[in-house]
Each structure stands twice: as C-alpha cells, then as structure tokens.
Design a protein around this ligand. Structure first.
Ligand SMILES: Cc1ncc(COP(=O)(O)O)c(C=O)c1O
Length: 400
C-alpha cells in the first residue's frame, strides 16, 4: 500500500491542514477511509454535500451527462444550464443567473456586477461595505472583501474600495456609507467565523438602509443557500430580498459550480464581453445542479433539514446543560456550532475522528456541524453520543 500521507507531503502544496485520514468513498452521511474504517461525516464536504455522498440521483445525472457531453464552452447553448437557471429563477426572488465554478468566482462576479452597475447608474460609485470576520474567498477581489486580517495581510495590496465594519453593527454600516458606496456584501450567517448569527431585525434594517441610499444588497449564500439553514435560501428567514445572491457549495451536490443571481435591471448591466469563464455553466456541473436542485425542491429537503436540526439542536443543548465546558449552541438548520469555554476543539475533533465521527474545528473554541440535509435521526444520535464522550474526555484533561 502506498503511504498516501507521506506522498501528499512530498508532492502537494502544504497549504491545507488535513486530518490524517484518506477518504475513499461515501454513502449519505457515512464515509470510509482506505483502511476500511467507517465515519459519520458531519463536515459534509464543508457544507457541499447537501444530499450526502454518492446520492443516486446526483451520481446518475453525472454519469448520464458524462456519456453525452462534459464540456463545450459558452460559445454555444446547452440544455442543462438553461434548465437549471430556470429552476433557480422560479424558486427565488431573482431574475437571471450567471454560472461560474466556485464560491470565490461567484463573489468576483457579484463585485464586478455591482461595480458595473455603479459605473453605469451611480456616477462610478464602487465602494463595497463588508464585515469583520466575514469570509468570501481567497482570490484578490474576494480576499479584499474577506474580513479576516490574517488571511489578507500577507497578500497586500488587495483590490481597493472595501470597508469592513462589525457584524450586527448597523450604526457602523451607516457611518461607513458615503457617496462612493455601491453595495453591502454580507453572509446571512457568518459560517467560517464560527456560525455567527444575525441579531433579530438586523437584515431588515440593512435592507432599508440599502433602499434609502441606493445601495445593492449582495447576499453571500454560498454556505447558507441550497436549503442549508432549513429554507431554500437563508434570506427567507430574515424576511428580506437581496439584489444579488452568490451561490456555490451545495448547488451541484458536490460537483464544482458557482452562480450569481440578480434582479433583471441589475443583471442587464453586465453586457457581452464584460465577464466570463471557460468552464462556467458546463453541461456536467449544471446537469448535477439540476438533478440536485430538482430533488431538493420536489422532496422539500430543506424542511427535512429543519426537522433534523431540531433533533441535533436538542442533543447539543442537552450537552450545554450537562457539560460545563459547552457554553453555547448556535446556528440554523444544518449549519450549527457549539462554543467551548477553552481552546480545545482540535483535540475534540481528533477524539471524535478516532471514534468514527468527522466534525470541523471552525474556531479554536468552537465545533461546527454541517451534515447532509437528509441526515437521519439515528445518525444524529450516534454522532452526538461520540461527540459527548469526546468532549467529556478532552475537557477533563485540558484545563481552562
Ligand atoms: C460564505 C462563503 N463565501 C465564499 C466562500 C468561498 O467559496 P469557494 O471556496 O467555493 O471558493 C466560502 C467558502 O467557504 C464561504 O463559506
């Protein structure tokens, strides 16, 4: 047997902190490594595997499309991308879709669209207000929008025109707005920051401010979209509508894809030649997206996620009540996290993995849960039994 970990360390860029496990295959919320060990996968490919691993509907759509046409280019029309765009428009508040290949690319497209719109309609306004601790990707534009200094500092200078304010701080948004401001870019829930929740009413106030000042509200639903928070889009739970929405992660059930959706009068400003990508809207990715989204909508999978969330939250809250080290449970749907009273999440996820559960140490003192939206009650119970044992063990050993 090759030593996969040693080979990775020899041949691959060392820019990721990988867990020492070589995942070979999966089924639903379960995954197996090359030694045949089974895991409950509550990382879900970082909120990508909306329907779990190897869902037959997604697998068959990919296989069938691969036999017909994997790629042709945007010089031509293809049917899966048109059907997926129609489905997204019919099931959202927005009117048009642009397809790309990742969340980062969706953010880049949204920034360019907002600036194009500012160029055409707002005397060249280009400023974007984003949020401290927010995460939007790692390319030079998306990184400029990302509000975490340690990601940004080594790559300065970044694209100009971005201002960061504190999450939930409406006064700071107002103070940061000037004649050059064209848009506010925000996640409905800050996922990578540790599942930070918006204050009740914050998004309504933000929407009203954008309307008052003529700013575009760009929602980064890359992590929260596709049913992750228990409704198809997280904005539905805030009772607002964005002007532009960025998608990726779960959209094609695991196949790389990104997209932005926008209102008609905004989308109209991105004209021929303004933007594009060779792989964007590929028949393979959009066929996977069409199969994923159809299944998700026809079977009301977001509602299943909402129900499963109640179960998972109840189990996590029971831990909060019974284990002093667990200080908070937060999140919505299948995007949940717990906080700990000390920096021990790395040790806890190690213990979990050794007991057959994959979870994510999103912060040194927080663990994030992003299982498939269709995870079962039995899987939640087994995962929580393992988690509880791991937390108790580690927190007994590691003092505050
Ligand atoms: C909210 C949010 N925006 C953007 C991104 C970047 O997406 P990608 O990694 O697909 O480029 C992520 C990735 O985690 C994300 O969570």
């Amino acid at each position: 047997m090759p030593d996969w970990v040693a080979d990775e360390q020899r041949y691959v860029f060392q820019n990721y902190g990988r867990q020492p496990v070589v995942i070979e295959r999966g089924a639903g919320a379960r995954a197996w490594d090359t030694d045949g060990n089974e895991y409950l996968d509550f990382v879900g490919g970082l909120a990508v595997n909306a329907l779990g691993h190897a869902h037959p509907v997604v697998a068959e759509a990919v296989a069938e499309q691969a036999k017909k046409l994997i790629h042709t280019s945007n010089l031509y029309y293809t049917t899966p991308m048109i059907e997926l765009a129609k489905l997204l428009v019919e099931n959202s508040c927005l009117d048009r879709v642009f397809f790309c290949n990742s969340g980062t690319e969706a953010i880049e497209a949204a920034i360019k669209l907002a600036r194009r719109w500012g160029h055409d309609t707002r005397d060249g306004a280009y400023g974007v207000i984003a949020f401290n601790d927010g995460f939007h990707g790692r390319s030079m534009g998306a990184l400029a929008a990302t509000g975490t200094e340690r990601y940004r500092a080594p790559f300065a200078p970044l694209a100009p025109g971005f201002t960061h304010v504190n999450w939930n701080d409406m006064a700071a948004v107002k103070a940061a707005t000037d004649a050059n401001t064209v848009a506010v870019l925000i996640e409905p829930i800050q996922g990578e920051a540790g599942v930070n929740m918006p204050d009740p009413g914050f998004f309504k106030e933000l929407r009203a401010w954008c309307d008052e000042k003529g700013l575009l509200l760009i929602l980064d639903e890359i992590q929260t979209g596709i049913g992750r928070t228990g409704t198809l889009w997280a904005y539905q739970q805030e009772d607002i509508e964005p002007d532009i929405m960025c998608l990726a992660k779960g959209l094609a059930g695991g196949v790389p894809i990104g997209a932005i959706l926008a209102r008609e009068e905004i989308a109209a400003h991105l004209v021929k030649g303004d933007h594009g990508t060779t792989f964007g809207a590929s028949p393979l990715a959009t066929a996977a997206g069409l199969a994923t989204m159809r299944y998700l909508i026809d079977n009301d999978v977001p509602a299943q996620a909402m129900k499963a969330s109640e179960h998972l939250q109840a189990r996590l809250r029971a831990m909060e009540d019974s284990i002093p080290a667990v200080t908070e449970v937060r999140g919505r749907g299948m995007l949940l996290a717990i906080s700990l009273d000390r920096d021990c999440s790395a040790e806890i996820i190690d213990e979990c993995r050794q007991r057959g559960l994959l979870v994510n140490n999103v912060r040194p003192n927080a663990i994030r849960f992003m299982p498939p939206l269709n995870v079962t009650g039995d899987e939640i119970d087994r995962a929580c039994d393992i988690l509880e044992e791991a937390i108790k063990m580690v927190t007994a050993e590691i003092p505050k």
